[in-house]
Design a protein around this ligand. Structure first.
Ligand code: AMP
Length: 402
């Protein structure tokens, strides 16, 4: 089996996150984060062979950003390649693939056009993903370019779960429906849970809880996503770092009138000033909120309660959706590291067959483990997510077939 060097790129509005893997060995050769693209001073953090290198540099746009990245990858002292040809595949995280993509694909002109079309569904993400693809096609012209969509895993959600209670023509005319996000993560952890239970990927019904800065929860039936908490946009569902999650849409009209807020302000309020940040008044970072809660900050304590209550409510509704559930999985920054959240989200659910083992829940190692008690009929797991590795795998599969 031939080894391949695969670059995975995640372009945000002002950042490029990247990792180079040696596949199929799953070895990380280098990784980095370029932030503040477009500012006078951008910042690059580059990790190679356990060493961290940091520099401030002026980077105007994503093209320039990727030039910097590829420059360091080829650097005499810090580099891991001599020629860009050694990177045989580049995998791109693309947030929105609409209804058009149910798996990762090699990027062709037709695919590019579709991603361009979906810009209006994800105006904060797809344009930057697209900029990354265009830049990378120029800088790595011999590499296979692959797109991995956040929405792809959720294309199996049936209409009963993806249609909203709006006039039907809004779906037909404006593509308004539930799309769901974090699909790469939900797919990975549900497959992994099946593996841990000694089953194949289609032999599991699972509820996967991705709790990071963004949070979403998915019902996976026989290996396929059948419902998920994020919707038309990533704003719906669970309470998140700064996003409100579910609210009564009536609140928006009330606030618009009462506080004279325009659409931009309302958008900002619900996406950037709400969630754990808005409730706690402390931070959007769960670690800061936990510290404040531990020293008696009532708002911080209450925000954790509300956060967990919403998770529990979704788990309850997905138990109903699935009928029979084999496993519940916690993943991402909070899901993997906050025993209190896992405990509170699953409290008093013994009658549903969910019994947490407190001792196992409170351990910090190994990272991937079962945390339910032996008599819990639904198994509970912590499974660290690795979206970049999944994208590297998808890309490697195309490269190795060439
Ligand atoms: P992610 O988006 O997956 O990187 O997750 C970010 C969230 O995970 C932030 O709210 C962090 O505060 C939280 N997080 C990261 N590490 C820990 C930890 N050790 N304990 C509690 N929360 C954590």
């Amino acid at each position: 089996m031939q080894s391949e060097k695969i670059l995975v790129i995640n372009c945000g509005s002002s950042s490029i996150k990247y990792k180079v893997f040696l596949m199929p060995q799953e070895k990380t050769l280098a990784s980095g984060l370029l932030e503040k693209i477009g500012d006078k001073k951008s910042h690059l953090k580059y990790l190679v062979e356990g060493k961290i290198f940091q520099t401030d540099i002026s980077v105007k746009n994503h093209i320039e950003g990727l030039e910097v990245v590829s420059g360091y990858l080829k650097d005499k002292n810090l580099g891991i390649i001599k020629d860009v040809k050694e990177i045989t595949g580049v995998g791109h995280r693309v947030v929105h693939g609409g209804e058009g993509f149910n798996s990762s694909v090699i990027i062709t002109e037709k695919v590019l056009k579709k991603i361009e079309e979906y810009k209006n569904l994800a105006p904060l993400h797809n344009p930057h993903n697209l900029a990354g693809i265009i830049a990378s096609s120029k800088l790595f012209p011999t590499s296979v370019q692959v797109a991995a969509f956040d929405t792809a895993f959720h294309t199996t959600i049936p209409p009963v779960a993806y249609l909203y209670g709006l006039p039907y023509n809004f779906y037909k005319d404006f593509s308004i429906r539930r799309y769901g996000f974090h699909g790469t993560s939900h797919r990975y952890v549900s497959r992994r849970a099946a593996g841990l239970m000694g089953r194949n990927k289609y032999q599991i019904n699972a509820i996967t809880c991705h709790l990071g800065n963004g949070c979403s929860i998915t019902a996976v039936k026989s290996g396929h996503s059948v419902d998920t908490s994020m919707g038309f946009t990533p704003l719906e569902g669970l309470i998140m770092g700064t996003r409100s999650g579910d609210i009564d849409p009536g609140i928006i009209f009330y606030l618009a009138e009462k506080m004279n807020l325009d659409l931009k302000q309302l958008n900002n309020l619900l996406n950037k000033e709400s969630g754990l940040l808005g409730l706690s008044g402390v931070s959007n970072d769960f670690r800061d909120i936990s510290q404040e809660a531990a020293i008696g900050n009532k708002k911080a304590q209450f925000s954790i309660e509300i956060f967990c209550y919403r998770i529990k409510k979704y788990i309850g509704s997905y138990l109903a959706v699935l009928g029979k559930t084999d496993a519940i999985v916690f993943t991402a920054g909070i899901g993997e590291n906050a025993p209190l959240v896992r405990k509170k989200s699953l409290e008093n659910m013994e009658n549903f067959g969910i019994i947490l083992d407190d001792e196992k829940n409170n351990l910090s190692q190994p990272k991937e483990r079962e945390i339910s008690s032996d008599n819990s009929s639904i198994k509970v797991f912590i499974i660290p997510t690795d979206e970049e590795l999944r994208i590297a795998y998808d890309t490697y599969q195309f490269v190795s077939k060439k």
